[in-house]
Design a protein around this ligand. Structure first.
Ligand SMILES: Nc1nc2c(ncn2[C@@H]2O[C@H](COP(=O)(O)OP(=O)(O)OP(=O)(O)O)[C@@H](O)[C@H]2O)c(=O)[nH]1
Ligand SMILES: [Mg+2]
Length: 220
């Protein structure tokens, strides 16, 4: 079982260069690594969670995908997901070494609402959550953030907008308002299929975990 929490959450990453193993056998975590951080990758149905973990992981990711069948018609909201053929039913798992001292263990959640109770167990020991958002289905993204905030109010979040070809362009100010984000919550665009882009989203979350924005003063 991997170590799922950082031994010193206040020590920051030294160098955010991403390392990757080239051969078929997974590279062991470098001996210099001092901090292991468990990160949750969450979001609504079909926002690209499995894709992001697959593109950034330096080990062959663990996936628990099952084919989508006609039984999901009328149950799952397949609007704008006509080409989706499989869905995560338990979790994704991957690993990325962000620096010679810091490794992230990525736990992806299932997106269909009937599996959301599984998020509670997957979140145990996580130091932060990357929330993927699809601007074509903002309601589902709002519900995902709401679910996380209700059950894990102290878990630091970063939000990454996964761009699809027909995604409407929504300004960040408008998005922050629609998703009711705290001003200090990082918000960035990403392409979950591209390793560098996915790593950038994770780095923004790690920065937020280690260097949280000061809380806004409460109104009198
Ligand atoms: N164009 C585009 N397609 C993407 C991107 N990310 C994912 N996809 C596609 O979107 C579909 C859904 O991606 P998944 O990674 O399965 O999404 P998921 O969030 O894991 O889905 P569930 O586990 O079912 O909730 C797949 O067909 C991906 O190829 C992206 O950044 N751009
Ligand atoms: Mg998935």
């Amino acid at each position: 079982m991997v170590s799922a929490t950082s031994s010193d959450p206040h020590a920051g990453p030294a160098d955010p260069a991403v390392q990757r193993s080239g051969g078929s056998a997974p590279e062991p975590v470098p001996a210099s690594v001092r901090h292991s951080v468990k990160i949750l990758v969450v979001g609504g149905f079909g926002v690209g969670k499995t894709t992001l973990i697959g593109s950034v992981s330096e080990i062959v990711p663990l996936r628990t995908e099952e084919p989508m069948t006609t039984a999901s018609v009328g149950v799952d909201d397949l609007a704008r997901l006509e080409h989706k053929t499989a869905t995560t039913v338990a979790m994704d798992f991957g690993r990325v070494t962000l620096s010679d001292q810091l490794v992230l263990y990525l736990f992806g959640t299932p997106g269909q609402q009937r599996f959301w109770p599984l998020w509670q167990g997957l979140a145990t020991g996580a130091l932060g959550a990357l929330v993927l958002v699809d601007t074509r289905r903002l309601d589902a993204s709002f519900s995902a953030i709401d679910q996380l905030e209700q059950h894990h109010p102290d878990l630091p979040l970063a939000v990454a907008v996964n761009q699809f070809p027909n995604s409407p362009t929504v300004g960040h100010d408008q998005l922050r308002q629609a998703l009711d984000l705290d001003p200090g919550t990082p918000l960035a665009d990403c392409d979950a299929r591209r390793r560098g882009s996915a790593a950038g989203a994770l780095i923004s979350l790690v920065d937020h975990i280690y260097h949280p924005a000061p809380a806004a003063p409460s109104s009198p």
